[in-house]
Design a protein around this ligand. Structure first.
Ligand SMILES: NC(=O)c1ccc[n+]([C@@H]2O[C@H](COP(=O)([O-])OP(=O)(O)OC[C@H]3O[C@@H](n4cnc5c(N)ncnc54)[C@H](OP(=O)(O)O)[C@@H]3O)[C@@H](O)[C@H]2O)c1
Length: 336
């Protein structure tokens, strides 16, 4: 007999009279998109992209109704795959989860088995959820730096949007790997937190608007940019010779202005990072996140906010205004 409940709660996003509307609704398994694994969700990270999707602020979901949530950690309730026996804890992100497939903002989640992976040994379900897409993205950027030859003694690594989820994870993971990190934040009230997580320097983001020189003082060996716009322009102008800039996010702007001088005069390299990695890299980086890159969770935990599914809409509006900080996780109730 299946132990999948006949009715459960999900945050469903609909298009109503041309407007995107999201609300928590009673839902049945038949209404979920296809897949051969059914999970009881335990944790779902609330990402910037989810906030855009459920508030209709960007054209992320194109088929309605849809359950957003680009990542989920859950326990297998129904499976036709020997790799995923009942009760196994799995992690799902990418593969258009929460976009073209129903995602994590639901007590019950159905996914194709090809999208799921076993939790790496060395991480609890909650630790994997805390790291989630932000931690994985930070690890992708770090691996790319390493492939370019960056080493801890190469110099300071800048992280912008530092008090956000990717920012905090980037600081924690880079410092675990031995790098010295400079945090860029609009909110200097966050300085103690950023230093606690591992930043050795905290710079107010306003500095990026103070000068428009074609090249600034060379400060950084590498940078992870979560913001775009003038922040990305300034970072490019502030790199050492042979500096590396990973463009990860657009929390401030989709565009940026700049000259070719950082590329020509300092041979700076700019590349993009997208968390939807192929399987070998996924497995490799999750193993590293459970191993040599595993951050100090006792420090991180005080910057993790847990909430109920019912609270996600109110939180999303604030996150899109840049009025939140840290990592936010939906915690689903244990069902007996
Ligand atoms: N490439 C990928 O695969 C990938 C994966 C995950 C996330 N992302 C993207 O990365 C970005 C950050 O994601 P997140 O989850 O960290 O989001 P988040 O938790 O909302 O953090 C974003 C941070 O950016 C800063 N910020 C927000 N609005 C800003 C503005 N208008 N101007 C300047 N700074 C601003 C704030 O940090 P301070 O207050 O400290 O300045 C904020 O905490 C988003 O654009 C997201 O879509 C991309």
């Amino acid at each position: 007999m299946s132990c999948v409940p006949a009715v459960f709660q999900a945050l469903r996003t609909r298009s109503e009279a041309g407007r995107t509307v999201s609300r928590v609704e009673r839902t049945s398994p038949e209404e979920l998109s296809g897949g051969d694994l059914v999970l009881r969700a335990r944790y779902a990270g609330v990402n910037y992209k989810d906030c855009l999707a459920i508030c209709g602020r960007a054209k992320i979901i194109t088929e309605f109704p849809r359950i957003a949530g680009i990542e989920v950690v859950g326990e297998v309730l129904e499976s036709s795959r020997a790799l995923f026996p009942l009760g196994t804890e799995v992690l799902v992100h990418g593969f258009q989860t929460g976009i073209d497939f129903d995602g994590g903002f639901s007590e019950i989640v159905r996914v194709p088995a090809e999208h799921a992976q076993l939790l790496p040994s060395g991480l609890t379900a909650f630790e994997a959820a805390v790291l989630g897409v932000p931690g994985f993205t930070a690890a992708m950027a770090l691996e790319r730096f390493e492939q370019c030859g960056l080493e801890p003694d190469s110099g300071l690594v800048a992280v912008s949007g530092a008090s956000g989820a990717v920012g905090l994870m980037s600081i924690a993971i880079l410092s675990k790997a031995g790098y010295r990190v400079a945090a860029l934040t609009r909110r200097m009230d966050q300085e103690p937190i950023l230093r606690q997580v591992g930043a050795v320097e905290v710079i107010e983001t306003r500095i990026t608007l103070e000068s428009q020189r074609p090249l600034e003082k060379a400060r950084f060996a590498a940078a992870i940019d979560n913001v775009g716009g003038p922040v990305l322009s300034w970072l490019l102008r502030s790199m050492h010779d042979e500096g590396y800039v990973a463009s990860v996010g657009n929390a401030g702007s989709n565009s940026y202005e700049g000259s070719v001088l950082p590329f020509i005069m300092r041979r700076v390299q700019l590349f993009g990072v997208e968390a939807n990695a192929l399987w070998p890299q996924r497995v490799r980086l999750w193993d590293r996140l459970a191993g040599d890159l595993k951050p100090d969770f006792t420090t991180l935990m005080s910057h993790v906010h847990r909430m109920r599914l019912e609270d996600v809409m109110e939180h999303a509006a604030l996150q899109l205004q840049g009025a939140t900080s840290g990592r936010t996780i939906v915690t689903f109730p244990e069902v007996s």
